[in-house]
Write a protein that binds this ligand. Structure first.
Ligand code: 3SL
Length: 247
């Protein structure tokens, strides 16, 4: 399987609009360890009906307000904080069954939802974080794709350590499962090396990462601990309709 890692949505070939000819990839996996894809995996594990992702807050509000008020949650994050007037921010720990079961979550985050939009026309679109690496790898192995893009959300167009280590974990576990992983770019080789270096102390890596530091300044220590745990959730979020993720 040809595997490519991209460090940010802006560095990823554009599949935000429907391509005219053949789509250049079989499956795209969007990663935002801190914290969007960890929150998505958690919310779906808590039996949210679906996550509907928006890059733009005004579009989110319009779609959310058209939904039954008892069956919706408006989830907005900018700069690590909850957006004023929204029900929830982006802490995965807030997405408990008591709050989200049966509800549609209208979500917008600084980078993660932009990454989803960037590859929304991939034939198969999954999301992964450290918390659901094993489940996602199992699903990729079963589908026997020929090509895979791992799209890191990064931070405002730039590299992020935590997303890269998760990309490396996915590729490393694919290799361990016997998949013939061919690195399509140098980023894929570097991601595997980063994961091998840090696999025994992922929490420390998250603490050293610039976005980890930003969240620690906002007193989100427990979020970091939760996001650093490897394969604690057995869930594979996938896009069922444009912008809509289900379990
Ligand atoms: O960038 C994003 O999409 C967010 O996950 C950032 S934060 O962790 O919620 O601050």
């Amino acid at each position: 399987m040809d595997c490519f890692v991209y460090h940010a949505p802006e560095l990823t070939p554009d599949l935000s609009v429907k391509p005219e000819g053949d789509v250049p990839v079989d499956c795209a996996i969007v990663v935002d360890v801190l914290r969007a894809t960890t929150t998505i995996a958690t919310a779906l594990t808590s039996r949210a009906e679906a996550i509907q992702a928006f890059a733009d807050l005004d579009r989110l509000k319009a779609a959310g307000e058209a939904w039954d008020a008892n069956l919706r949650i408006l989830s907005g994050e900018r700069g690590g904080d909850k957006v004023a007037g929204f029900d929830l921010g982006n802490s995965p720990l807030d997405y408990t069954p008591g709050r989200v079961e049966g509800k549609r979550i209208f979500m917008s985050t600084t980078n993660g939802t932009r990454a989803l939009q960037r590859v929304q026309y991939a034939p198969v679109l999954l999301t992964a974080a450290l918390v659901n690496v094993d489940a996602v790898v199992k699903s990729v192995v079963e589908h026997q794709f020929n090509s895979l893009w791992i799209v890191n959300s990064g931070w405002q167009g730039d590299y992020s350590l935590e997303d890269t280590v998760c990309s490396g974990a996915i590729l490393h576990q694919l290799q361990s499962a016997g998949v013939d992983v061919t690195a399509g770019n140098d980023e894929a080789i570097a991601a595997i090396a980063l994961y091998k270096t840090w696999s025994d102390d992922l929490l420390e890596l998250l603490r050293q990462a610039s976005h980890g530091q930003r969240l620690l300044r906002l007193h989100k220590d427990s979020d970091l601990e939760y996001c650093a745990a490897l394969s604690t959730l057995d869930i594979v979020p996938y896009q069922s309709d444009l912008g809509v993720l289900v379990a």
